[in-house]
Design a protein around this ligand. Structure first.
Ligand code: FES
Ligand code: FES
Length: 183
């Protein structure tokens, strides 16, 4: 039997208060208790379920999002602490300035091409971590790619193809830059 996923428990703390979050470029006003995590807000209030909840305690990386461009575990961040910080989830990758046509982000495209998943449950977190890496270093080494995804547990053991996806994402991003420069 599939175990039930953890959910936000019934209210037992301070009353909710209005918190404004910037998610994927949109400003959202939410009623949140101080104990609610960013992951709670994304999944239960905004229905952005691409960000996965697995361990809910900072062990697996399934909940990775970008906060001000840095990969972070959303289960370890209080939502109230994310006010006025730009948050990007997997759903927001296709609508960034990088991908104005709504095309897949190079990292997403590379995961498809390299068949870098089995069950796919860890995949959004893997993609967000690698997106952050490529933003910091457009031509990372294999070692850097592997080091980046050590914080993203893949229980299916798809790391070989995740490495291939990381390499392929570099190529796709480079190709798009060249096409942009030639336009
Ligand atoms: S759900 Fe956040 S690290 Fe596992
Ligand atoms: S593809 Fe199944 S956990 Fe990574």
């Amino acid at each position: 039997m599939t175990p039930a996923l953890p959910t936000v428990p019934a209210s037992e703390g301070a009353a909710p208060r209005a918190v404004r979050l910037t998610i994927n470029g949109s400003s959202e006003s939410l009623a949140l208790e101080p104990r609610h995590t960013l992951l709670d807000a994304l999944r239960t209030q905004l229905d952005l379920t691409g960000t996965k909840r697995v361990c809910d305690m900072g062990n697996c990386g399934a909940c990775t999002v970008l906060v001000e461009g840095k990969a972070m575990y959303s289960c370890l961040l209080l939502a109230v602490d994310c006010a006025d910080r730009a948050v990007t989830t997997i759903e927001g990758l296709t609508s960034t300035d990088r991908n104005p046509e709504g095309q897949l982000d190079p990292v997403q495209q590379a995961f498809v091409e390299a068949d870098a998943f089995q069950c796919g449950f860890c995949t959004p977190g893997q993609i967000m971590s690698l997106r952050s890496l490529l933003d910091a270093d457009p031509a990372p080494t294999d070692e850097a790619i592997l080091r980046t995804v050590t914080g993203n547990l893949c229980r299916c053991g798809a790391y070989q193809n995740i490495l291939k996806a990381g390499r392929r994402a570099v190529e796709i991003a480079q190709q798009r830059r060249q096409e942009g420069a030639g336009a």
